[in-house]
Design a protein around this ligand. Structure first.
Ligand code: ATP
Ligand code: MG
Length: 723
């Protein structure tokens, strides 16, 4: 067989990985060195050369976007569609497993997936039922607690409170939450993973089935797997008996950025220990970025310790310097970025080749406004999530209630949305009855209607709601999905509710609801990962799982906006990293908590290495964020990139200059001494009272006569020394 098309575009190390004999394999390599490419080619090799059926492969990626890219790449290599292949995120695959085996997993067939917002509501409800004070038992902390335990594979009964009353209370909440979810037939994200792990672990027949079915399991971005994901992979892995899958693991310890969410980069070490016979391959040639971009990234990441260490190089061009733009404020920043993108498009480039990356979701809004103003289509990944918008969630809640009457979260969400006379009092009564009789709210409502206790008016309102839902269900039963959706947004009263409201926001809500009908129409049931379920349920699960994975028309050429976290694994010719400021990036949290800086630096490394041709870094001298004004310092990461790679473009300068250009001079020039008097452009006159760090790290504390004491990064402060 001619296999040259699989191997042509691979270097020797990549080829070795792709063609290796079956057995555990670890490809450990830096950004842009072709890890994902190797993984995809490995799949093609296994299918075409080793004769493995595409259905005996399981490949895990980190985002749905990456999963669909991988599916396309395999399809292109294969020259045929391969729907039904097990390619997806851990969550997507776990979901698929549970759908296929809902009974064994002890779930109702129409179980629904709770996204993080739903989960929070659920926890709040549980707290109310337990009569606990939300100001003391903060719902966000509780979901954090529960998810972290689940990510470690721990159910309440596995956790020993050690007699600690706080722990005891948390466990009580966790237990009540589990009961409530089970009763409502809903699972949160962490539950998807844990439940499917338990399913494979405890159900011998299923385990045997999947262990013999999957001959190869391939995992991308392995450095960001958590305990349970690794356990999942191990359950499927070949053991001495010869059963089970060969593992093909790909990762980069320098790109581990989800430690805060329970990911364990140590899994790389565990893998080496657990599979001592594993073949390890390093890839060191970077094919993505210009030498300038790559060198900048290498210099930055070299400041982290505890690295497995690798040396990335490129044969590519030196490329343009990295542009550094100091904006006056966040509006100026957005304007500069969008103007640059416009110029870039005018040169004949595609919009989708430009990406705007930021540390915090809240930063996206201004860029969006500017893009809208300029009429440039764009897409936000992971930001303003379409499926998380209030009106969409309302509509989905109705649909979910149609699919599953026991879904308490949805019940509560829409019982009085739009307003229909079901007040708090009714809801309180329902909750109490549900609690006492251990019933879902829906059944509690039916029961309550048969008892005295409700006023005639309240009874009518409640009956009206139940009849509305039943009536809609009856009406849409045999309709295609998008007509179901259309019927529901009309008859529920949601559409009218927003039509009657004035203003742009309401208009946008109406548009969003209409867009939901489009989303339902465009939803490709056959290409979904989900088997053995009805379309509505599949679509709802898709909505929960894909929330945040884009909202513009798929396939439209548009500017890409996303957080640095969601950019992992992707690449773009032109990349902007915005808000590169102390307190934003690195985040305030990371600065405050020891040990977090390294992960933050890795995030910066991930961001820089997304760029292929041109990288632009921006920061604002003043920023309004979360409703407050800040005067942030430029990020310390800017000082960690050697000045020779940076070019200040604030005043249209084409030559390297301040602040980057002034660095060498400041570093080598006269040292500042404590007690020295200095002048600062903005803060005026002051005296040096302290200093720390060296070279581009150096910071000084200056006590300014009018603005008090401040720490400044020497390289950027432009201090004038007074005689
Ligand atoms: P990341 O760490 O960011 O996930 P990666 O290691 O997965 O990166 P890929 O995305 O697979 O890297 O590859 C980076 C770029 O380099 C892609 O555009 C890919 O097509 C290209 N590339 C990889 N290997 C080669 C090669 N041997 N010849 C030409 N181009 C290559
Ligand atoms: Mg990759």
């Amino acid at each position: 067989m001619d296999v040259s098309h699989i191997l042509d575009q691979l270097n020797p190390a990549q080829r070795e990985a792709v063609t290796a004999p079956p057995g555990p394999m670890l490809v450990l390599a830096g950004a842009g060195s072709g890890k994902t490419r190797v993984l995809v080619h490995r799949m093609a090799w296994l299918i075409q050369v080793e004769g493995i059926s595409p259905f005996s492969l399981l490949a895990v990626t980190f985002t749905n976007k990456a999963a669909s890219e991988m599916r396309h790449r395999v399809e292109a290599l294969q020259n045929m569609p391969v729907s039904g292949m097990w390619v997806g995120t851990f969550h997507g695959l776990a979901h698929r497993l549970l759908r296929a085996h809902w009974k064994e997993a002890n779930l109702p067939q129409a179980f629904q997936v709770l996204d993080s917002d739903d989960q929070l509501r659920m926890v709040k409800r549980v707290l109310r039922n337990l009569e606990l004070d939300e100001t003391r038992w903060i719902p966000k902390h509780i979901t954090g607690f529960i998810n972290a335990r689940k990510d470690e594979g721990l159910r309440p009964q596995h956790i020993n409170s050690g007699g600690d009353p706080v722990q005891q209370q948390l466990l009580r909440i966790y237990t009540a939450y589990e009961v409530a979810c089970q009763r409502a037939g809903v699972v949160d994200f962490a539950e998807l993973l844990l439940r499917s792990l338990e399913l494979l672990r405890d159900n011998e027949e299923l385990r045997r089935h999947y262990r013999s079915r999957f001959r190869h399991v391939l995992v991308d971005e392995f450095q960001d797997t958590n305990t349970i994901q690794y356990a999942w992979v191990r359950l499927l892995a070949a053991d001495k008996s010869g059963d089970g899958a060969h593992l093909f693991i790909v990762g980069d310890d320098d790109q581990a950025i989800y430690g805060w969410r329970g990911a364990r980069v140590e899994n790389i070490h565990s893998f080496k220990k657990d599979f001592p016979s594993c073949l390890m391959i390093k890839l060191e040639q970077n094919y993505r970025s210009t030498a300038t971009i790559l060198n900048a990234a290498n210099a930055l990441i070299s400041r982290n310790d505890d690295r497995l260490g690798k040396n990335l190089w490129t044969q590519g061009k030196q490329g343009e310097p990295i542009k550094l733009y100091a904006a006056y404020n966040e509006q100026d920043e957005a304007r500069y970025v969008i103007d640059s993108i416009k110029r870039w498009i005018e040169l004949g480039n595609a919009r989708s080749d430009a990406a705007i990356l930021y540390r915090s979701n809240a930063q996206s809004r201004l860029f969006e406004e500017q893009l809208m103003f300029d009429g440039l289509p764009y897409r936000v990944y992971g930001g303003l999530r379409f499926f998380e918008r209030a009106e969409i969630k309302d509509a989905l809640a109705y649909l979910r209630l149609l699919a599953n009457r026991s879904d308490d979260a949805s019940f509560e969400r829409v019982i009085n949305q739009p307003t229909r006379g079901n007040g708090n009092k009714t809801l309180e009564q329902l909750r109490e009855l549900a609690r006492n009789m251990n019933l879902p709210l829906w059944q509690a409502a039916q029961t309550l209607l048969q008892q005295p206790g409700l006023t005639a008016r309240a009874g009518n309102a409640l009956r009206g709601f139940l009849q509305l839902v039943e009536g809609m269900h009856e009406a849409v039963k045999n309709l295609p999905l998008h007509e179901q959706t259309e019927h529901v947004i009309q008859h529920s009263g949601l559409l009218d509710l927003y039509r009657q409201e004035k203003g742009e926001k309401a208009e946008a809500r109406v548009e969003n609801l209409q867009e939901l009908v489009n989303a339902a129409r465009g939803y490709d049931f056959h290409n979904s990962d989900v088997v053995e379920t009805d379309m509505l349920t599949a679509f709802l699960a898709h909505a929960a799982l894909e929330a945040g994975e884009g909202q513009a028309d798929a396939g439209e050429d548009c500017v890409q906006l996303m957080t640095l976290h969601s950019a992992k694994g992707l690449e773009f010719p032109l990349v902007f990293i915005c808000g590169v400021e102390e307190g934003l990036f690195p985040s305030e949290r990371a600065r405050a908590e020891g040990g977090r800086m390294q992960e933050e630096r890795r995030l910066c490394y991930v961001g820089i290495t997304r760029a292929r041709q041109q990288l632009v870094l921006t920061y604002a001298e003043r920023r309004r964020l979360y409703g407050k004004d800040y005067y942030p310092l430029p990020s310390q990461f800017l000082g960690e990139i050697p000045a020779e790679y940076l070019q200040d473009v604030r005043f249209g300068n084409s030559k390297p200059s301040s602040p980057a250009g002034s660095k060498p001079q400041q570093q080598n020039g006269r040292g500042l001494m404590i007690g020295q008097r200095v002048q600062h452009q903005k803060f005026g006159e002051g005296m040096v009272t302290n200093y720390e760090g060296q070279g581009s790290h150096a910071r000084v504390e200056v006590n300014f006569r009018n603005s008090g004491s401040k720490w400044l990064v020497l390289a950027y402060a432009n201090l004038e020394v007074k005689a």
